[in-house]
Structure formats: structure tokens, C-alpha cells
Design a protein around this ligand. Sequence first.
Ligand code: GLA
Length: 378
Amino acid sequence: MTVAAADAFTARHGAAPSGVWFAPGRVNLIGEHTDYNDGFVLPFALPHRAVVAAAPASGPVSRVRSAQEPSVAEFTAASVVPGDVDGWAAYVAGTCWAFREAGYPVGEVELELDSDVPVGAGLSSSAAVECAVGVALAGLAGVEVDPTELARIARRAENEFVGAPTGGMDQMAAVHGRAGRLVFLDTRDDTVELVPFDLPAHGCTLLVIDTRAPHAHAGGEYGARRRDCEEAAAALGVPALRDASLADVERLADDRVRRRARHVVSENERVLEVVRRLRDAVDPRAIGPLLDASHTSMRDDFEITVPHVDVAVAAARDGGALGARMTGGGFGGCVIALVPATATAAVSASVERAFADRGWTAPVVFPGTPSDGAGRLA
Ligand code: GLA
């Protein structure tokens, strides 16, 4: 990849940045809406990245520019608090705030941001920005910050500064991702195990299909799902749905709450089963039916899919996928499909045809390759 952010910085300031840092977007292989239930997730980092070129500012104000935005954002990193900055720059200012709140020194910065993580596609473009800014702040301050602590700082920016009530999966994937590995995360204590995921060795590919479906009401619906899960856990008398069994769930009186809880509890079991199969070095094709079951559960029990993603999943299977599911928070975004390498063209064509038949915007299909997490580029 080019380091356009560094070139932009140098052109603007007449001097090179102090450093260039990055953090990636992510795809979740399986484990959806389990992270705020103390459960298990299995994401990996994408090759798509947010890149930050930065240097200490000479004056008392921080200035942030983005290759994707026309405006310049200004704030005082040493004193910025939630509510001071909104829009795209809130991810940057929020990370400055959370980094400071964690007790680290934060000076004013000149910062150029550039990202090729698709926005609004459920690939965690916001976590990529937060984590890239986090590693940049650590680098500028000359402090070592443990990756899990950095992810927690970035999540705090998302939750408390931006105001999105998300779990911690995206930021953990952005810092812990490794080429050829899945990030198996227990969100109860943030334990991470890197699980080998070498699909090419087994003649397979994981296709990411960006449905480009309009994201409708995603924010409010996400919060509503969280509340249903909390209600279920409270009714069952457990700290979190992670602690409930499928038999427990069937005791819940309210039909909607029962279905929400059934998704979370069964999804946790599917994550553990996928990890077991991959650890045992079974052919990764064996996980296909678990991806399918995850999608059905999200569609029927958790009710977070939309027609674009259901059609993409069905068309991918028709085209020869071994398993397919929506990935990410839902209400649009991306589908992943496990595909024999010989069938990638047929699967793409099948999804493209299904979308064209309905008069929908063409999807964007690319291979999802597990890649490295946040770090320094230059
Ligand atoms: C979004 C959130 C994550 C997670 C997923 C659903 O990506 O940011 O924390 O809850 O949705 O699995």
C-alpha cells in the first residue's frame, strides 16, 4: 500500500511526519452480538487500513485532516472532553481524550488520516481510525502501551465520546490481528488466542461481499438488541448470557427476548465449535454449516438481517459457497462466503446476478485475507 497520508503531511507542512501508524478494519468469521454478552468472537484483521501520519503541533491546537473529508478539525487534545467534537473527527478527538484519561501524556498534534476501509459496510472503519490514532499517540509520546489496553482505550472513545454502545470486538481485532490468523477472543476477560486460518492451503477462499445496502436504523436497533439481552440475563439470574444454557433460554416467557437469547447462546456454542474444528486441523470446509446456522439465527432469532444480505447469502450458496453469513452488527453491510477456490467466479457471478435482477446497486466482492493488526509503518 502507498503511504499517501505521509506524502500529504509532507506536502502540507514542508517536513516529514514524526511517524506513520496504521490499524486495520476487520471481518468477523463468527460470533455476532456475543461481545457485549461476555461471549466469544472470532474476527480477523483485513488488509484494509486506516493510516495516520502525525507530528507534535507547534501551537496550542491540534489539527486533523482526512483524505476522505473536506473539512479540517481543530480541538485541544490536552483538554478535549465528550461533547466538544462530533462527526468524523470525534473518533480522533475521542481517542486523544481516552488516551489522556488512561493516564498517558497527550500533546497537541498535526495529523493526516487516510483510510481504505469501506465506511458503513460493517468492517469497523471507526475502530480502525481509533486504533491507528491510539498507536500514533503512543508512538509520539514514546510510551509502550499493551495492545489490549490500547483496544480498551479505543473502545472507550467509541462508547463514551462518539456515543456508540458497542462491544469490544472491533478494537481487539484491530490491535491483535495477525497475517494468517483468526483472533479468538473471550470477551469476559479479553483473553486472546491466535488460531491459524490457512484457507489457500485447503483450496478455499473467504469472499467478502459488500452488499452496499443502505444502513437503516442500525444505531437504535443495536441498542435495542443489547437491552433485550440484558433483560434475558436478568430474568435468568445470570451475570451475562454467556452464563446461560440453551435449556435455560427456553424458560424465558417473552417470545422476543427468548429468541434474542437463543441467538446469543447458540452463537457462542458455534464459535467454540468452529475453533475446535480449526484447532484440530480439520479441513476448514467443515465450518461451512456453522456459518450457515449463524446466519439463520441472526435472520430468524436476532432479526438483524435485511433483504440485501439474505439475498447475498442465498445467492452465494447457489453459486457454490460451502457456507455464508452476514458479518458485523447487521442491518446492511457485508456477507462472508467460504468458497472453494475453483468456485469464486461462480459465487461472485451468482450474487451479482441476484442483485441485478432486483435492480439493486452492484455488490463489491473481494477476498478476505487475515492480516496484521495495528502498528508503525514508518
Ligand atoms: C458491531 C460492534 C461490535 C459487535 C458487532 C456485532 O461491529 O461494534 O462490538 O457487537 O457489531 O457482533
